[in-house]
Design a protein around this ligand. Structure first.
Ligand code: SF4
Length: 137
């Protein structure tokens, strides 16, 4: 009901709307574009359909895999390993590396820039191509 009310207000006043949520499932139907943040930084940004169809960052992929789905009923729900970082001691390099299943040595030392990975899409991952390919496989 709240989401419908927000959508009505948005239409009525022709205004932009920014939603901040921990639940990617909530915004699937209402957002045009999504920016995924980790440790205070945007790590992926994309039009909503592209992001759900093929995430270009392992953290986004982990978030999507952890959404309960009817077609996976009875299967164990995926959980990203570890815990979010202490913001007073954010890991060097890519802040997600202690939890990332794709982490390599470069991830521990070099902060990946938010690179353009397609029209209107960005990913802050050294291995965004492999992440896209792995999802497509
Ligand atoms: S840069 Fe490395 S650690 Fe960070 S998300 Fe990409 S693969 Fe994982």
């Amino acid at each position: 009901q709240v989401m419908e009310l927000l959508a009505d207000l948005q239409r009525e006043y022709n205004m932009g709307l920014i939603l901040i949520t921990h639940d990617l499932g909530v915004v699937a139907d209402v957002a045009d574009k999504i920016a995924v943040m980790y440790a205070g930084r945007i790590v992926e940004t994309a039009p909503v359909k592209q992001l759900y169809a093929a995430p270009a960052h392992p953290y986004t992929r982990g978030l999507l895999d952890s959404i309960p789905r009817l077609d996976r009923k009875g299967q164990e729900l995926y959980a990203i390993k570890g815990l979010p970082p202490n913001m007073a001691q954010v890991p060097q390099g890519c802040a997600f590396h202690p939890r990332c299943p794709m982490a390599q040595d470069v991830c521990r030392t070099e902060l990946p820039p938010l690179a353009e990975v397609g029209a209107g899409r960005g990913s802050a991952c050294h291995f965004w191509k492999e992440t896209l390919d792995e999802h497509a496989a």
